[in-house]
Write a new protein. Structure first.
Length: 335
C-alpha cells in the first residue's frame, strides 16, 4: 500500500504526495472577488509541501456570493489575478485546483438581495427565506458554472472542483429538506441530482479531457429527513460516469463538521471509504486531522487515496512540511 509520501497519478497529473490543502475561504480577496497580494502569500507558503491545493470557494455569479471578501471567478477580468494564483501554486510543485461555488440559499442577502434556492425554504440554521429559482434561472446557473470552469482553465489551473457540499446551492438541490420542487428537479433522487449532473457533464466538456474534475460532495445532511449516504453512493457513481475524477467527501446541510464527531480525527473518512468502495475512483477524506501519523495511516491502510488537512494548516502554514518530515522519520525507523 502507498504511504502519505507516495505520488498518485490522476488523468495524467502527478500529485507528488497524498496531502491536500482543502478549500478554505480566507476572506482575503478584493471587493469584486479579485486576487490580492495577501491571498497570493497565503497560498504561496501553503503550496510548498501539499501534493494538491484546492483554492477556496470562488463565486461563479454575483447572485451566489456568500461573504464580503470571497474570491470571485464570475467575470473574465478576474482571470489575470487568478492566473497569478495558479502560477504561484504550481511554481511550488503542487497541483492547483480551484473550487467553484454558488451560495444558493446561503448567499448573503446584504450582498445579493433575496437569495435563490431550489425552494422557498430557509436553509436549516439560517433565518432568511430564499426565493424559488425558476427553470430559466437553473439554465443560467449551468452556464455560470461552465463559464467559471472555462476561466479557471484559461487562468492555468490543473482543474476545478464543483462545490456540492455544505448546504450551498447544489447541496440544497440534493436535500429533500431544502428541495420541495414538483418539477423535474425535485422529488425522487433522479430529479434532485439532475442539476449537478448537468453541470458536471458540461464542465467536463468545457475543460477538456486533460484537466481534473473534482466534486465536493455532501454525503449526508446528518438530519432527520435529509440526504443520506445511501443516496450519496448512487449519486457518486453517476458523477463518475459523467466525468468526475475525484470525489472529495464532506457534509451536506450539516456543513463541514459532523454533529457529535467534531473531536474524532478523520470524521468523514469512513464515509469517503464507503463512496470509494462503490465508485472505484479516488476519494479525498477529511475532518479534524491534526496528527501526521494518522494521515499516513488512513492512506497506508488503503482506506482513502488522499487526505485533506484544513484548520491545522490555516493555523500553521508550515504544517504540511513538518508532517512530511515526521512521516519520513517514522517510516525510516520502521524499515
Ligand atoms: C475558515 C474555513 C473556511 C472554509 N471554507 C471552505 C470552502 O471555501 N469550501 C469548502 O468546501 N470547505 C470549506 N471549509 C471546510 C474545510 O475545507 C474542511 O473540510 C473542514 O475545515 C474540515 O477539515 P479540518 O478539520 O481539517 O479543518 C472551510 C473551513 C474553514 C475552517
Amino acid at each position: 500500500m502507498p504511504t502519505l509520501l507516495d505520488p498518485i497519478e490522476i488523468r495524467g497529473h502527478v500529485i507528488r504526495n497524498r496531502l491536500v490543502l482543502p478549500p478554505m475561504g480566507t476572506g482575503l480577496a478584493g471587493p469584486r472577488g479579485e486576487v490580492t497580494d495577501e491571498l497570493i502569500k497565503h497560498y504561496d507558503v501553503r503550496s510548498r509541501c501539499n501534493g494538491l491545493v484546492i483554492v477556496e470557494h470562488s463565486y461563479v455569479s454575483p447572485r451566489g456570493k456568500v461573504t464580503e471578501n470571497q474570491l470571485g471567478i464570475w467575470s473574465d477580468d478576474l482571470i489575470p489575478g487568478l492566473a497569478r494564483l495558479a502560477k504561484t501554486i504550481k511554481g511550488r510543485g503542487a497541483v492547483a485546483v480551484i473550487q467553484l461555488n454558488h451560495g444558493g440559499g446561503k448567499a448573503n442577502p446584504e450582498l445579493v438581495g433575496t437569495p435563490i434556492a431550489p425552494s422557498s425554504v430557509p436553509v436549516p440554521g439560517f433565518e432568511w427565506v430564499p426565493r424559488e429559482i425558476t427553470r430559466e434561472e437553473i439554465d443560467e446557473v449551468v452556464e455560470e458554472f461552465v463559464e467559471a470552469a472555462r476561466r479557471a482553465i484559461e487562468a492555468g489551473f490543473d482543474g476545478v472542483e464543483i462545490h456540492g457540499a455544505h448546504g450551498y446551492l447544489l447541496s440544497e438541490f440534493l436535500s429533500p429538506i431544502t428541495n420541495k420542487r414538483r418539477d423535474e428537479y425535485g422529488g425522487p433522487l433522479e430529479n434532485r441530482m439532475r442539476l449537478p449532473l448537468r453541470i458536471v457533464e458540461r464542465v467536463r466538456r468545457v475543460i477538456g479531457s486533460g484537466k481534473l474534475l473534482l466534486y465536493r460532495m455532501g454525503v449526508t445532511d446528518a438530519m432527520e429527513g435529509g440526504f443520506t449516504v445511501e443516496e450519496a453512493e448512487v449519486f457518486a457513481a453517476r458523477l463518475v460516469e459523467r466525468g468526475v475524477d475525484v470525489i472529495d467527501v464532506s457534509g451536506g446541510l450539516c456543513g463541514a463538521e459532523l454533529p457529535g464527531k467534531e473531536n474524532v480525527q478523520g470524521y468523514f473518512v469512513p464515509y469517503a471509504e464507503r463512496i470509494r468502495r462503490r465508485v472505484k475512483a479516488p476519494v479525498i477524506g477529511v475532518g479534524g486531522v491534526r496528527d501526521p501519523l494518522f494521515a499516513n495511516r488512513v492512506i497506508e491502510e488503503g482506506r482513502i487515496d488522499l487526505i485533506a488537512v484544513g484548520r491545522a494548516q490555516l493555523e500553521d502554514a508550515e504544517w504540511a512540511c513538518r508532517a512530511l518530515e515526521a512521516v519520513k522519520k517514522y517510516l525510516g525507523g520502521r524499515r
